[in-house]
Design a protein around this ligand. Structure first.
Ligand SMILES: NC(=O)c1ccc[n+]([C@@H]2O[C@H](COP(=O)([O-])OP(=O)(O)OC[C@H]3O[C@@H](n4cnc5c(N)ncnc54)[C@H](O)[C@@H]3O)[C@@H](O)[C@H]2O)c1
Length: 285
């Protein structure tokens, strides 16, 4: 399948690296330090081990997949990559700096994709000499389970790049939808934020509890998870940053984070990844 690099070995980056390695790509998993990159691979290994225990994967399949994942902190890994997918912090400056460094080292025909949730693709592409090979490839959490990838066309993305993006998504066994206009939130997050902002408001105004809003969404709308449960999975810190960014990009005060969300984030309660968010997972254990 060839070589590729995933930048960012956090929650999304490690998930993306896993599905790509599973599809047969040789994946360099890059992060700021070797420790962070290795932690990303260790998280993938732990998830695969659980699948082995449940009989969903053989030890040989797990070992083969892991052998295709190379953690690294040196950007020389992009030099031979056909695809570079970025999943670092949701911050325009951080992403732009990284893409400038990537473009300086990668091949001229390497496809560059960002997993940004909200940042307009075209604003990230401004720093590139070749924005025509840049696009959004937006995955969903947890990446191994969620079928969809949004393929987002920036103002200067070429048709060839969109087609390569669609073919890439197919090659890793995912389904795609095309987003033809580069607007914050694309399709899924625009839909999701409408529900999430309303759920936050219902709770903040004392109309219903977190538990009952989640129950209402599951039993009344047939959603598999409630908006607060979903938020605990994706990360309250990520939502907080995204809402602030959306408010800045759209000028719409609807996106101002409620004080309860801010309090959880300030307390380091980011959801499942820290053991506590809207729900307390330590207590549940
Ligand atoms: N969490 C979700 O549900 C979700 C879903 C879709 C898309 N996304 C997007 O994916 C991206 C990553 O989100 P995540 O949830 O994996 O976050 P995360 O915090 O788990 O991972 C972020 C990674 O960025 C790295 N990083 C931090 N500062 C950096 C810097 N200055 N330069 C380079 N790397 C740096 C960190 O070491 C970390 O590994 C974001 O753009 C986010 O909006 C997240």
């Amino acid at each position: 399948m060839g070589k590729m690099t995933v930048c960012g070995a956090g929650f999304m980056g490690s998930g993306i690296a896993q599905v790509c390695a599973n599809a047969g790509y040789a994946v360099s998993l890059w992060d700021l330090t070797d420790e962070l990159a290795e932690k990303g691979k260790a998280n993938i290994a732990a998830g695969l081990e659980r699948q082995v225990e449940r009989g969903k994967l053989t030890t040989q399949q797990k070992d083969e997949l892991l052998s295709r994942l190379i953690p690294c902190s040196d950007l020389s890994c992009v030099e031979e990559a056909r695809f570079v997918l970025e999943a670092v912090l949701e911050n325009p400056g951080v992403k732009q700096d990284l893409f400038k460094k990537i473009e300086a080292r990668c091949r001229p025909d390497t496809l560059l994709g960002t997993n940004t949730s909200y940042i307009p693709i075209s604003s990230l592409a401004k720093v590139l000499d070749h924005p025509e090979r840049f696009l959004g490839l937006h995955f969903f959490a947890p990446v191994y389970a969620m079928k969809l990838v949004e393929v987002i066309r920036g103002d200067r993305t070429s048709e060839e790049t969109v087609q390569r993006g669609l073919a890439f998504v197919k090659s890793i066994g995912k389904e795609s939808v095309q987003v033809n206009k580069d607007e914050p939130g694309f399709i899924v997050n625009r839909l999701n934020k409408a529900l999430q902002v309303e759920a936050f408001r219902l709770m903040h105004e004392g109309i219903a509890s977190v538990e009952d809003i989640d129950k209402a969404a599951k039993l009344g709308l047939n959603h598999p998870m409630g908006p607060f449960e979903l938020n605990d999975m994706g990360g309250l810190d990520v939502t907080y940053a995204c809402l602030n960014l959306l408010r800045e990009l759209t000028g719409d005060d609807r996106f101002t984070p409620i004080p309860e969300l801010e309090a959880h984030v300030k307390a380091g309660e980011y959801g499942r990844k820290t053991g506590k968010g809207w729900y307390d997972y330590q207590k549940q254990k």
